[in-house]
Design a protein around this ligand. Sequence first.
Ligand code: ZN
Ligand code: ZN
Length: 556
Amino acid sequence: MSDNQDAGVSIVPIGGLGEFGLNMMVYQYGDDIIVVDAGLMFPEADMPGVDLVFPDITYLRENRDKIKGIIITHAHEDHVGGLAFFLRQINVPIYGTELTLALAKGRLREYGALEIAQLNVIHPDDTVQLGCFHLEFIYVAHSIPDTVAVAIHTPVGIIVHASDFKFDQTPVDNRLTEVHKLAALGEKGVLLLISDSTNADRPGFTPSERSIYPDLNGVFQQTTGGLFLATFSSSLHRVQQFIDLAVEHHRLIAVSGRSMINNIRTASELGYLDVPHNILIDAREANRFAPHEVVVLSTGSQGEPRSGMALIAKDDHAFLHIEPGDTVLISARIIPGNELSVRHMINHLLRRGAHVLHERNANIHVSGHGAREDLKLMMNLVRPKFFIPAHGEYSNLVQHAELAEDVGISSDNITVAEDGDLISLTPDFCGVRGKVPAGRVLVDGKIDMGVENIVVHDRQQLAQDGMVIPIVVLNNNSGDVTAGPDMVSRGFVHMDESEDLMNEAKEIVIHAINHLSPGSKSETETVQEEIRVVLRRFFKKKTDRRPMVLPVVMRV
Ligand SMILES: [Zn+2]
Ligand SMILES: [Zn+2]
């Protein structure tokens, strides 16, 4: 990118255009750069051994001296989850609302990046000047409180970066999307709107978060036994409704899952959650009460193998158990890609005799993202000259672009862009002018190793620490080990000289499998993950090396 200011403002989506997750947008004018959001994505099933996915920020590293700051719009992982990874490479001031930064702190601490973080709390009525960019914030309703859109006043005109939003007229916390600010910007004249395409395929307005309260209340009324609720720990409006219902129906709340416990604590301390005194109990104490006296609130709405709800479903949880007749609510969107793990979890729950309610068989979830009419309303309030759909897979972006045409934005003024596109914006032009490096960085646990992609990382790990392939055969019915494990290794240790080590490793694998519940044993992925975890720990301890472990599980 040249520093020529005649080229106007340059906009680069580093992530989030063409995929769900990894949201990161770069705005540049001359020698000033600002970044909006630093999201992550959870790995897909075809990325074995990968824990997290981050956007490739090579372009920003090359221009680090120009970066004046990063703005985080809200505390969802797809907007803030990559912040520690970003800060380790580019340490610039961070701006975000009170709750957003409070929740971000937890993850920064976890990755040892909190000490270096320059956190600046903003209120939605504040303005911030970063280089030539003057920033205003617009409060928007979303599934997590304290979300803001950003109006970026640039030398060529105003850009509205809408972030994730809906127009909820009766939000749980009574904080409305600041329609008046959007309309005022529209009156002033907005050059470009960049907006959320998540629900560009859904007709109508997204219903209010409160609209599911009656049906949730019905579930509480009808449930006489145990009640288990799974949702995202970041869905704090949903959590608030659960808390209100628990109070109403005289149940204590047993909270399960580290992120759920942490988020509830942080949000209630700051006043974003109203949690009556003495209603929360430690999940370990749940068994001291009758099933109808407690509701379990847990993470794991996506069936993530090691999450609270998935462990409960497989009867692998240390102290929370499903009894026949209990009711389980999965009150969250099933994210594309997670269908299989959610289905596994539901099957296990049904096997235990639970009633399972989810978004497809009950009105117990509503989206935090605006549907087609919300999206049109955003465009009609802001009335931009140019439009770029963001936050979605390519099909979502295209459908959002079609909506923009419907409300009268000329197709010449709509740009469907993808990650790595270098978009040029002037008062008369908005379009793709080139490409910058973009892509994904795949990480297995450590975030500071600076790998560029999984191939490089694999090669490094293989070269340094070698590879171990444990092969085990399980009985298809019982899940017991019927043959093996055999250990094949390359470049790790000389097999002849390490018989003891490998024999011990075999015992560890057998022990680990034997200790899985029948439910877990029936899932090949769970068995593989367990073997991978115990062997990596074992080899690290014994040899101080981290060979790549690629378990092969067969069934007869
Ligand atoms: Zn969000
Ligand atoms: Zn998002």
